[in-house]
Write a protein that binds this ligand. Structure first.
Ligand code: SF4
Length: 692
């Protein structure tokens, strides 16, 4: 319940929901937040906000918060509330004991994109310097890891190219696999403003999202493709650019490499719109018209979301979009670029901080001797030069018996990761699961230790948003748990015999700046002075870098990659004739751990299965009926909503509630390069269970 009385003080901080990274003035009376007022000088939001940031902060004081550590020997035992010292000692002793019996590589950790850069940095440091391996991964594994891979291969760095403001200069916007109205509402407002001013919109999405047709906005083209055919579509667009003489040959010659070979590949008949039409279901004429519109625009900008990355060819598609942008010269100035709409508040930051098992902070490979030496000298520990385990590898190794303990920082893997049965089997197989979280979530059901985390209102650090903007997260109140999350990790490291110690989170940022060239110019003082900065922020860009790849790509020359379309193995069959795809809704957030504990839940109290009227009719399903949803890996039950937003043969649901658990049915299929799960394509059957 929010008391709307007059505030007595205020603190500027950052929203902890999506990757837009809106700044807010938290207004307090005493210790109680009475209002979250969007901050007019916020670099990402300029005074705007959505219903999550503005109203959905009550979870921070919800009675479900875990405020004291809990321990148990077996997951069937009841929890025992203990003091911090006992809980941390328990974790340290067990981790060392497991390593002594099963080897250094038998333990690992997962970092959270909901935590601050500083909190994430210390976890990867603990894994590398104390665990003595590279078994650290981030929840970005299951969302934007293909972005990291694809943009690094083509442009040289794993991040979006533009600041949000840049959209105001775009003449044609290509929106692929993203629904910013629900997922990134404040950025959606900027985009809609530009569209109302006359910019043209091309939507590439199996679902007819609001932006296809809404008041004062009508997309020039909606390429309503069959799920799983993104790469065929982007290749067809590029084919038109190359074969109709629309390519920017000067840009390709001066700024890029590999254009001629790529152009020869993309001009092949199998990439033509006519060849792609039967694969994707998109008429060739529409593909040609959309390609001409984008290529002939003075400024063409690509924005994309998880509908690009969460596929077996997620990384290929990211590179395909980069090819298209380079071929048309749409990189390196305002109004253009290739821009991921990042899901979580700090998913960019968690990747920047070295949470991938193959990369140290700043996206530098663990095999790089010079980079390893910097950290080894500072940390006083050797760092392995071989990549560690990714999240799905950890699960597989747990079931095989070689991976025995997992430290999970603020991610509910038992709800968010695909094929729930496999995930929980892996968790059950481990000797020790440590969960550091605000709530006793689904994963905690399989945990032996629950270490209470802090909400964003208690954190002191930084988040990095989708436009690489590093925002300050300032504490509005002291940690309700008695400890900052970075302190917990330092104390676990100490319990394992390693001296990890900081007096304040600003010292962690100073260490990041000292070791990571793209952050070299970042400090809390600078952030307090400038409000925020976009990395790279260093000697050559002391106030940050809003637009990347100006004049030269980070890797030198932009790299064209041949992106052959390979159909996913997940096909509809007689037994599973429909294709399920998933997404989010405005009022809720991811697995709902936070938003379900706020008043926002009334707007979306359950996940619904959207089904086309034709598919419903042949199954005897009416609106509101309870239906079964089954795939080859699992089955769940939810209510049907009959809408024609999806094409015939495709169904859709959200994944905000644990009871209905969409991930019970999603499979182990994943991106070939990064193992990002193929959440967006699951063959399913739907049947009537109970009439409304
Ligand atoms: Fe928070 Fe995203 Fe909404 Fe901004 S758009 S208020 S960052 S949820």
């Amino acid at each position: 319940v929010v008391d709307l009385g007059m505030p007595s003080r205020s603190v500027i901080t950052t929203c902890a929901y999506c990757g837009v990274g809106c700044s807010f003035k938290a207004e307090l009376r005493g210790d109680q937040v009475v209002r979250m007022v969007p901050y007019k000088d916020g670099g990402a939001n300029e005074g705007h906000s959505c219903v999550k940031g503005r109203f959905a902060f009550g979870y921070a004081t919800h009675p479900d918060r875990v405020l004291r550590p809990k321990v148990r020997e077996r997951i069937t035992d009841p929890w025992r509330e203990v003091e911090w010292d006992e809980a941390i000692g328990f974790v340290g002793t067990r981790l060392r004991d497991i390593q002594a019996r099963h080897g250094t590589g038998s333990i690992g950790a997962i970092t959270s994109s909901r935590c601050t850069n500083e909190e994430v940095y210390v976890v990867q440091k603990m894994v590398r310097a104390v665990f003595g391996n590279n078994n650290v991964d981030t929840c970005a594994r299951v969302c934007h890891s293909p972005t990291g891979y694809g943009l690094k291969q083509t442009f040289g760095t794993s991040a979006g190219t533009q600041d949000f403001k840049s959209v105001a200069k775009a003449d044609v916007i290509v929106l692929i696999g993203a629904n910013p109205t629900d997922g990134h509402p404040v950025f959606a407002s900027r985009m809609k403003r530009r569209l109302r001013e006359g910019a043209q919109l091309i939507v590439i999405d199996p679902r007819r999202i609001d932006l296809v047709r809404s008041p004062h906005i009508e997309a020039a083209h909606h390429l309503q493709l069959a799920p799983g055919t993104n790469v065929a579509i982007v290749n067809a667009l590029a084919h038109v650019v190359v074969t109709e003489g629309l390519a920017d040959l000067d840009f390709a010659a001066e700024r890029c490499e590999g254009f001629d070979e790529w152009a020869e590949f993309i001009a092949r008949p199998e990439n033509s719109p006519e060849a792609v039409e039967p694969i994707s279901g998109v008429p060739a004429a529409e593909l040609r018209a959309a390609a001409r519109l984008y290529a002939s625009a003075p400024n063409g900008a690509i924005y994309y979301g998880l509908g690009v990355t969460e596929h077996s060819q997620g990384s290929t598609m990211v590179m395909g979009m980069a090819n298209l942008a380079m071929a048309t010269g749409n990189i390196g100035r305002e109004g253009v670029g290739v821009n991921p709409l990042r899901g979580q508040n700090n998913v960019q930051g968690s990747c920047d901080m070295g949470s991938f098992p193959h990369e140290l902070p700043g996206y530098r490979h663990v095999s790089d001797d010079a980079v390893r030496t910097v950290f080894e000298n500072l940390w006083g520990s050797p760092i392995l030069d071989e990549p560690g385990l990714r999240i799905p590898n950890m699960f597989d190794a747990a079931i095989d018996g070689s991976f025995r303990a997992l430290y999970v920082q603020g991610e509910d893997i038992a709800q968010s990761d695909p094929n729930t049965k496999h995930v929980t089997a892996a968790l059950e197989a481990m000797e020790l699961v440590v969960v550091q979280d605000l709530f006793e979530n689904e994963t905690a059901k399989y945990a032996h230790v629950l270490l209470p985390g802090t909400s964003f209102l208690e954190k002191d650090g930084t988040f990095t948003n989708a436009e690489r903007r590093i925002n300050r997260v300032r504490p509005v109140m002291a940690p309700k748990t008695g400890k900052h999350e970075w302190q917990i990790v330092c104390e676990v490291a100490q319990a394992m015999g390693y001296d990890m110690h900081y007096d304040h989170s600003r010292e962690i940022m100073d260490e990041i700046a000292a070791t990571t060239p793209t952050f070299a110019g970042v400090s809390f003082d600078k952030l307090d002075k400038l409000g925020s900065v976009q990395w790279p922020c260093n000697e050559s860009a002391p106030e940050g870098t809003p637009i990347m790849h100006v004049g030269q790509f980070v890797r030198g020359r932009g790299h064209f990659v041949q992106t052959a379309f390979v159909p996913t193995e997940e096909r509809s069959t007689r037994r599973f004739p429909l294709i399920l795809t998933t997404g989010r809704i405005l009022s809720q957030y991811n697995v709902g751990a936070q938003t379900r504990r706020t008043a926002n839940v009334v707007w979306h109290p359950e996940d619904l299965l959207e089904i086309h009227p034709h598919d419903a009719e042949v199954r005897g399903i009416s609106d509101g009926d309870t239906v079964s949803l089954a795939s080859r890996v699992g089955e769940t039950t939810l209510r049907a909503r009959i809408v024609d937003r999806m094409p015939v043969g495709v169904v859709y649901t959200t994944f905000h509630h644990p009871v209905t658990g969409a991930n019970v049915v999603t499979t182990e299929n994943s991106d070939w390069a990064t193992n990002c799960p193929e959440y967006k394509v699951t063959a399913v059957q739907v049947g009537l269970k109970q009439s409304a």
